[in-house]
Design a protein around this ligand. Structure first.
Ligand SMILES: Cc1cc2nc3c(=O)[nH]c(=O)nc-3n(C[C@H](O)[C@H](O)[C@H](O)COP(=O)(O)OP(=O)(O)OC[C@H]3O[C@@H](n4cnc5c(N)ncnc54)[C@H](O)[C@@H]3O)c2cc1C
Length: 409
């Protein structure tokens, strides 16, 4: 039997961040991380396409919370304790400089997730945190008389006074936690791309429309932003945001639904007026070769063909029906979505520990004293952009601070 003051289950982003902060704030604490794999931080490694999108340059808590389809209300208080600026400072103090990209995403200046991993591993070693690998936790028991948790892996028993669970999106572990009296909100994937098999986009993968509006028909779900045509369908923030906000609803629809895209974010009438003016002014030119509304040329061409015109149609020859049809393609194009694909740069699970059962001032369980949660194990997830890690850093920091304070110095 091995005894620790604090045990952290899960050697991922939240687990390492919590362990380091805990010992820094209370060096007397004897802490270990139990990680089931041979190495920890595997998601950090592959995150952000190998660059690790550590956080997002949003410095107002009230604004930052808007990026969390689940957790928006609960994270407001925690972000007043620890958020973006604190994350930047935390890494900076440990020699890791972060940079901001045009869209607000923040990465290490090295553009390598290994920088973050090295930082955590070095800090853990310096602070003498026991990181025990190949320790798959299979059982947790609360020994009430001794006020300890008993944790079992395949061949070792551990005991601790304070337990932090940072196991990410593990269905097996959620079952264990439910046995401790917690409710688990059914997990479903979030942050995925839409599969669309449609002639209009079949041959133009890689094309980006900079700012579109997308609505999912028969729902209230809509979003705006860049849209990328892929080999299988559509991706980029306009789609990924819908996949996050609609995670539960779209799962119920078995990922079969229709979307309506306004490629130019103008209403039907103003678009039609613009096209009529072009027809009047440029009658001799080919429609196919004269893209409008700053749309990518190849996308414009596909929409022109879909409107019943050919490559040789001149503006002067466009009839009313074709003008209406092109306007419809530009402002109300309907596509059938049939299934989803993984967005390789970032994906998360919606669902997890019911937020009503957690005290967000401390990240302690309301059901089991001295039990804490941080990261994706909670029913919190965000849109793409570094917000998911920010949730891990914030929860881990606050849980660590609480544990450090509550334990004798
Ligand atoms: C491909 C990909 C790219 C991503 N990129 C980004 C990004 O750039 N920016 C961003 O903000 N978010 C990103 N995310 C999301 C982000 O990685 C997660 O939100 C974050 O890792 C959650 O941290 P966590 O510590 O809660 O969980 P994890 O990082 O998943 O860590 C959980 C750990 O617990 C361990 N564990 C599980 N069960 C047990 C058990 N029974 N016993 C012992 N150990 C156990 C696991 O092995 C794992 O190491 C990405 C996700 C993916 C999949």
């Amino acid at each position: 039997m091995k005894h620790y003051d604090v045990i952290i289950i899960g050697g991922g982003a939240a687990g390492f961040f919590a362990a380091i902060n805990c010992v820094e704030q209370n060096p007397n604490l004897n802490i270990c991380i139990l990680e089931k794999n041979k190495e920890g931080l595997q998601k950090v490694k592959i995150s952000g396409g190998g660059r690790c999108n550590v956080t997002h340059a949003e410095f107002i808590p009230q604004e930052l919370v808007h990026n969390y389809p689940r957790g928006e209300k609960e994270l407001l208080g925690p972000f007043h304790q620890f958020m973006t600026g604190d994350t930047i400072e935390w890494f900076d103090k440990r020699g890791v400089a972060l940079k901001i990209e045009e869209d607000g995403r923040m990465f290490p200046v090295t553009d390598s997730s290994q920088t973050i991993i090295d930082c955590f591993l070095n800090e853990a070693q310096k602070l003498q945190i026991d990181v025990l690998y190949s320790q798959n936790v299979q059982d947790i028991e609360i020994l009430e008389a001794q006020e300890v948790f008993q944790i079992k892996t395949k061949d070792t028993n551990f005991q601790c006074e304070k337990l932090l669970v940072a196991t990410g999106s593990s269905v097996k572990f959620w079952k264990l936690i439910s046995q401790l009296g917690h409710t688990i909100v059914q997990p479903v994937p979030s942050l995925f791309t839409f599969n669309i098999n449609d002639k209009r986009i079949k041959n133009i993968p890689g094309v980006v429309a900079q700012d579109v509006e997308v609505n999912i028909l028969k729902t209230d779900l809509s979003s705006q932003g860049p849209l990328l045509i892929t080999h299988w369908g559509m991706s980029a923030p306009a789609i990924l945001k819908l996949s996050a906000y609609g995670a539960v609803e779209l799962a119920k629809m078995d990922y079969k639904f229709q979307i309506e895209i306004n490629f130019i974010k103008q209403d039907f009438e103003s678009c039609l007026d613009h096209l009529k003016a072009i027809k009047h002014d440029f009658g001799k030119k080919l429609v196919y070769k004269l893209p409008q509304f700053e749309l990518p040329k190849r996308l414009w061409q596909q929409l022109v063909l879909a409107s019943g015109m050919t490559q040789d149609t001149r503006w002067a020859d466009v009839n009313k029906q074709e003008l209406d049809s092109l306007t419809e393609q530009l402002t109300q194009a309907v596509f059938d979505v049939n299934g989803k694909s993984t967005f390789k740069d970032e994906f998360v699970t919606a669902g997890g520990i019911d937020l009503k059962e957690v005290n967000f001032k401390t990240f302690e369980s309301k059901r089991v004293p001295n039990l804490y949660f941080a990261g994706e194990v909670l029913n919190i997830d965000a849109i793409t952009g570094g917000f998911n890690f920010q949730n891990a850093w914030t929860g881990a920091f606050i849980a660590a601070k609480t544990i450090a304070k509550k334990s004798p110095l």
